[in-house]
Design a protein around this ligand. Structure first.
Ligand code: ZN
Length: 308
């Protein structure tokens, strides 16, 4: 299971339009409130804080947007945005000790906790970036428990939904033996760093089309047998990563020098040696980790353990 997935919350979508129920839950002492500040978790020594009762009421009074995330057992779960405060005031209002990026906690949070924080982060960011209607420029007003915004323009009234930007990520195999996969160093990555290839899906493309196009554009590689492997919520800021395997039709590689600065074929033993020498292959919380781990075999994690 990729990080940030497998959410344990019942999203209770049918409740989003029930304003009375939401108002009651907001004053229910059992309800849980997760405060965030400008894309960051507000955490104490145990990880992101989860506020209830009077602390939850107090933080809501200081917050901008409040969104309904779902139901955990009998408790409704909300997230609130403290981005309008400065950092110190936000930390104080949340009874936290610090503001920290969720990805900096990768590998240390339980998967369910990481998933709900990612969900909250993505939804609150969308509210901050969708204050106005893109069609007429009028203000857009939040509703539906924070899952839609509606344009207030008298002649428009457009309903706006949270935006997700899909990207494909691909493990490309060489056309013949020995088994090898293509890894690349992206522009800006550290010397020696390498990872699978990825790119955004464009308008008018299927996911498979995007895989074929990206490989040609960035690495000069034509691929066939594009097969789906899995997907990952990646709200950093608004992504959905869709993982594939594909097989190259030739071993020839020609990087574009813009997105990628180098790319080459690696055997499994080369990658295992690399991991054994403590050089990780990418982020521990990325689907990249799973694509490589699956290819190497379940006995060989794609990196030792720590966050890269
Ligand atoms: Zn409008």
């Amino acid at each position: 299971m990729p990080a940030y997935g497998g959410g344990w919350l019942d999203r209770a979508a049918a409740r989003r339009a029930d304003a009375d129920w939401l108002a009651e839950r907001l004053t229910d002492p059992e309800s849980v409130v997760l405060p965030l500040w400008r894309d960051r978790c507000l955490a104490d020594g145990d990880g992101p804080v989860r506020l209830t009762g009077e602390q939850a009421s107090a933080v809501r009074a200081a917050a901008g947007e409040t969104v309904f995330l779902g139901v955990d057992g009998d408790a409704a779960v909300f997230a609130v945005d403290l981005s309008e405060l400065d950092e110190r005031a936000a930390v104080e209002a949340a009874a936290a000790t610090r503001a920290v990026d969720l990805r900096a906690l990768a590998g240390r949070l339980d998967p369910a906790g990481a998933a709900v924080q990612a969900y909250a982060r993505g939804l609150l960011l969308w509210h901050r970036q969708q204050r106005y209607c893109g069609a007429c420029g009028a203000a857009a007003v939040a509703g539906g428990g924070g899952h839609v915004r509606t344009c207030a323009g008298a002649e428009c009234g457009r309903i706006l939904f949270p935006r997700i930007e899909p990207a494909v990520i691909v493990l490309v195999e060489a056309p013949g033996p020995p088994g090898r996969c293509l890894l690349a160093r992206h522009a800006g990555a550290a010397e020696g760093a390498c990872s699978t290839l990825a790119g955004f899906v464009e308008v008018g493309e299927s996911l498979e089309d995007a895989v074929r196009r990206e490989l040609v554009e960035e690495a000069g590689v034509t691929v066939t047998d594009v097969t789906y492997q899995g997907s990952q919520a990646w709200p950093f800021p608004a992504g959905l990563m869709v993982g594939f395997r594909a097989v190259a039709t030739s071993e020839q590689v020609r990087v574009d020098g813009v997105e990628l600065v180098e790319a080459r074929w690696f055997t499994r033993s080369e990658l295992r040696e690399r991991i054994a020498s403590g050089r990780p292959l990418g982020r521990v919380d990325s689907i990249d980790h799973l694509l490589l781990g699956d290819w190497l075999g379940a006995d060989a994690p794609a990196r030792p353990s720590a966050v890269s």
